[in-house]
Design a protein around this ligand. Structure first.
Ligand SMILES: Nc1nc2c(ncn2[C@@H]2O[C@H](COP(=O)(O)OP(=O)(O)O)[C@@H](O)[C@H]2O)c(=O)[nH]1
Ligand SMILES: [Mg+2]
Length: 197
């Protein structure tokens, strides 16, 4: 995918602040610190447009990026940060839930999990939600550069098997360090946009 332009559009805390529906939207979801911003930066070939941060839980807003004036990448707030209070977690849930149900131009969700950790309870909650909403999703298993080489294939196959329990999802292994999987993810994104038309 040739990136001609990538722009930060806005951060929103409320669904009423969503930008006017104009482009198909791809939402990115995952646990805090999973590598969501790194994935977005890699896909749009910018070093730091989506803020990456080593302090998890910092981004609590929905961030909109427009890519090639053609598609919105929507960075959803990360979840599952231990220090977050119950009330904050509730707010997070409300915000994501209202986004997923309100966005008319949402064509698909990129659900990201850490290949070293596997699916967490909240990942599974998200997958169940996605299935319930009948939204197409691509599952990205990230940080694969950190898997022990001799065990990587075995681990990834186990993740695929675990995923099967929750639906017929495509899983793409990815690394922001080696960029492994980036082309495949773009291909999947373009087909989501295409299918939606
Ligand atoms: N080794 C490795 N580190 C990664 C990868 N993706 C992200 N990271 C690191 O994980 C941390 C969190 O990444 P970030 O993109 O900010 O996660 P976010 O909170 O989900 O947006 C940062 O220190 C990144 O450099 C990856 O594919 N491989
Ligand atoms: Mg981030």
């Amino acid at each position: 995918m040739k990136i001609l332009s990538a722009k930060f559009i806005k951060s929103v805390a409320r669904i009423s602040q969503l930008p006017p529906d104009k482009f198909p939207e791809i939402a990115f979801a995952g646990r805090s610190n999973v590598g969501k911003s790194s994935l977005i930066n890699c896909l749009i070939q910018r070093k730091n447009l989506a803020k990456t941060s080593s302090s998890p839980g910092k981004t609590r807003l929905i961030n909109y990026y427009s890519v090639n004036d053609r598609v919105y990448f929507v960075d959803l707030p990360g979840y599952g940060y231990a220090k977050v209070s119950k009330e904050e977690r509730k707010q997070w849930k409300r915000l994501i839930e209202s986004f997923l149900t309100a966005s008319k131009d949402l064509v698909g969700i990129i659900q990201i999990f850490d290949s070293r950790i596997g699916l967490t309870e909240l990942d599974i909650e998200m997958l169940t939600w996605i299935k319930h909403l009948q939204k197409p999703a691509i599952i990205v298993a990230t940080k694969i550069d950190k898997l022990p080489k001799s065990k990587a294939n075995h681990i990834l196959n186990q993740h695929r098997l675990a995923l099967k329990e929750f639906g017929d999802f495509e899983m793409i292994p990815f690394s922001a360090v080696t960029k492994h999987g980036a082309k495949e993810i773009w291909k999947a994104i373009l087909s989501l946009i295409h299918e939606h038309k």
